[in-house]
Each structure stands twice: as C-alpha cells, then as structure tokens.
Design a protein around this ligand. Structure first.
Ligand code: 4AD
Length: 430
C-alpha cells in the first residue's frame, strides 16, 4: 500500500510504502535510524540488521542526506516520537542518490541559508513555518466566507498609488507608466460598493529601503473592505478575525508549534476583545517609558511600537493618529478633524504592526480637497472619486500583513523565514 507520512496512523500493523527523502540518519552496527520526510511530515524508519538483507542494511547505513527513496515497512506506534509512529523497514528502493547536500545538520550562517533557500525549505523548521502560513491562509478563507464576504481579486498592475508614491515599483505598461500594487484597497472599495463585504488576498510590493526584521519588498496582504461599517465595527471584525486565526493555528498546528518551541501559553490568551489606546495616550505612555523626545504629530517607529505593546499581553490597537501622518483616504474624526478614524494593530512580543486599517472618507467634496492637498489627479484617481458620487456610504477596511502574522504565531525572529522565497533589499535570488 502506497501512502504518505501523515496517513500512517490508518495503517498500524500493516505494510506500507512511502516515497520520501532522507533528512538525517544515525546508525550502530546493528540498527540504522533513518529520519524520513515526504512533505506531509517526518517519520523515523528503523532498519534492523538481523531482519533485512545485508544489501538493504548496507544501503541504509551508507545512504546520503536528501537521497530520494521508496521505503517499505510495517507501521508501528511509537510514543517517543513526536509524530507518534515509526516504520519498521523491510526494504528500500533508491530513486536518486543525493551527493554532498550543502545544508547539513550542523549550524549554518543566515546568508548561506538564504543563498540556499531552494534547499533550506526542506528543513523541519521551515516545514513547520510553511504549514502555519498555510493554516492562516486556510482559516482566513473560512472566516471571511463564513461571515458573508466575497473574495475579490484586485489588479497587480495599477495606475494609481494607494499608500503614497515614494515606495512604488515602476514598470512599463506598453506606452504608459504603471506600478506594482502596494495595496488593493482602492479597488476593494469599489468592490465593497458592488458586493457589500469583500476580501482580497494577494501579493503587494513596496520599494522600501528598510532592512529590518519586519520588512519585505514583496509581501502578501489580506484586505477586507466593508460597506455600511464604521471604524468601531471594523475594529470588531479585526479582533474576531485575529482571534480566529490564532485559535486555528493552536488547534491544527500543535506539532508545528512544538517543533518551533513556540510558547503556546502566550498564544492561548489571544482572544477578542483586544485593548485599545489612542495615539494621544500612546504618546503619554511613551514619555513615561523614557522616550522624552517624542512629540505629538510624529509617527511611531519599531522601538515605540514594541514599548507600547509591552504594556499588554494581547495585540493592542493604537487608534486615531494625526491626519498628517496617515493616508489621504482616511476619514477625519468628526469631533476632532486633526485626527483620523484609523487604527494600527500591534502584535505582542515585539512582532510589530500586523494590521493597518481605517474608516474611509465618503464625502466627495472632502475627497476632492484631499486630492488637491496630495496632488492626486488624472484618470488614475477619477474612478475612485466616482465611488463617492453614486450612492456613497460609510465604509471601512483594513490590511493584515501575512508574513508578520506568521512570524508572530510561529515565534520566528525575522519575516524572511515566513515566505517561501523572500524578496529583500539585497536579495532577488533564488
Ligand atoms: O499599514 P499598511 O500600509 O496599510 C495598507 O496598505 C492599507 N491600504 C490596508 C487597507 O486598509 N486595506 O499595510 C498593512 C499591513 C501592515 O500592518 C503590515 O502588517 C504589512 O501590511 N506590511 C508589511 N509587511 C511586510 N513587509 C512590509 N514592507 C510591509 N509593509 C506593510
């Protein structure tokens, strides 16, 4: 019976064949222990000299790392293995012998691992991170589908900048200039006016010259947009959504969290509602924490966000930032127009901002005024203005950065390990 590692639980006591790779091995004179992986999981194959042919035992003993093989054996329960099962090997068929696989079980430097990202992905740690990434994506689709949202795909090639013009990737679009999308938001607003509640999931690009543990040049964003929802409604969607994905990862990725030695106690506390702090109060808190130089009107950097997050054991919303440091489309607070109805959600433990969101301006005259202030003109923005001309309604939305969320839930330090092939300031390969 041909099967996969994640299915062996159904075949205890039976003989199975698994297509796999050798990830590691140890052997004594009498037994060889093969660490096998097949993409669905990891299992130990035990080859006992006395129970197999001499050729099979020699093959097992001398096999090189990453050799591909069909292994046949009896599935047995094994309480010592984190996976719970082992394979008592009877025969081995080598498919392809790997020679000098560069990533050995010893320690390697980050640059070396990044140069070998196409091979590094095979490691147990990377496997666990990608499974958690996949679970967050799966849970995202379930959450929004179950709550009445329609998935809408905004374009990647665009003529308008959603998040300011300084970080755009320019490209030629026949005779015109185009950009790679920084955010699908403007299109999602059009979609919300057509379909009510929508969400997107796609790649976004920012030519940011930032070399930090939180910045990628290409990253994936989940962007919901909701008609007839105000800022407060949107905050509730955000905290329910984040609680949902944390719970999904805790429930469905326990083995992966164990592999990554993630402190699950901390994640188990992440349940809506989340605390909120206004920008004004955040400034006061920062001054109390020794950031004497910070002035009202300045944006927060990573050290500020980390200091604020330290005061809470759940993600915290920082709300109502000064209009001047936020995007042109955010709706001013009617009681205090110098601040906008927006929030950033800051993850605990120093993982930084995972969501940016706001209520959008719905008044066409105010939007025209913002166009003038931000020098936005031409065909690229005309259509966006028209959304306020024909049946404009209050609406809100947000963007969750997938990689920062994966980093937080996996407990990995740097976002470069949370996407299969990271695009970083100085890295376009592999
Ligand atoms: O706060 P941002 O820039 O918000 C927007 O783009 C809005 N248009 C979203 C919306 O309202 N539809 O980005 C949203 C999130 C951030 O909170 C962060 O998690 C992530 O995207 N992000 C990045 N992740 C990795 N690398 C980068 N360079 C990122 N820039 C933003």
């Amino acid at each position: 019976m041909k099967t996969t590692i994640d299915q062996v639980k159904h075949y205890v006591g039976q003989e199975v064949t698994i297509g796999s790779w050798l990830s590691n091995k140890r052997s004594s004179g009498k037994i060889a222990f093969l660490q096998l992986r097949d993409g669905t999981g990891f299992i130990q194959g035990v080859v006992v000299k006395a129970e197999v042919s001499e050729d099979t035992f020699q093959l097992a003993k001398n096999m090189t790392q990453e050799t591909s093989l069909y292994v046949t054996g009896i599935v047995a329960e094994d309480s010592r293995s984190p996976f719970g099962y082992e394979l008592q090997v009877s025969s081995i068929e080598v498919i392809h012998e790997a020679v000098d696989f560069p990533i050995t079980p010893k320690e390697h430097g980050t640059e070396f691992l990044m140069d070998n990202r196409h091979l590094w992905l095979r490691s147990k740690k990377q496997h666990a991170i990608m499974k958690i990434r996949n679970e967050i994506i799966r849970a995202t689709y379930t959450f929004f589908n179950e709550n009445g949202y329609i998935k809408i795909d905004p374009p990647i090639l665009t003529g308008s900048a959603a998040e300011g013009t300084t970080e755009l990737f320019h490209t030629q679009y026949f005779d015109e200039e185009a950009y790679l999308s920084q955010s699908g938001q403007l299109y999602m607003e059009a979609a919300a006016m057509a379909f009510g509640k929508v969400f997107s999931f796609g790649p976004t690009f920012r030519a940011e010259k930032s070399k930090t543990r939180r910045h990628l040049i290409e990253f994936w964003m989940i962007e919901p947009e909701m008609a007839f929802m105000n800022h407060e409604d949107s905050l509730q969607v955000q905290e329910n959504y984040v609680s949902y994905i944390v719970d999904a990862v805790l429930t469905n990725c326990s083995l992966e969290l164990q592999t990554l030695e993630r402190d699950v106690e901390k994640l188990a506390k992440i349940k809506a509602p989340f605390p909120r702090i206004s920008y004004d109060d955040a400034i006061e808190l920062l001054k109390e924490k020794g950031f004497d130089d910070i002035e009202w009107g300045e944006d927060f950097g990573a050290p500020h966000e980390t200091a604020i997050a330290e005061s809470f054991d759940k993600p915290v919303f920082i709300t109502n930032y000064p209009a001047e440091i936020k995007a042109f489309y955010m709706k001013p607070d009617p009681n205090r127009p110098e601040v906008v109805l927006c929030a950033d959600l800051i993850a605990p433990e120093g993982y930084g901002e995972i969501i940016g969101g706001s209520q959008r301006i719905d008044d066409v005259e105010l939007m025209k005024q913002r166009y003038e202030e931000h020098a936005l003109s031409g065909d690229a923005y005309q259509w966006y203005l028209e959304l306020r001309k024909y049946g404009s309604v209050p609406h809100s939305g947000f963007g969750l950065g997938l990689e920062r969320t994966v980093a937080w839930l996996s407990g990995v330090e740097h976002v470069r390990e949370t996407i299969p092939f990271p695009r970083l300031l100085n890295r376009l390969y592999p």
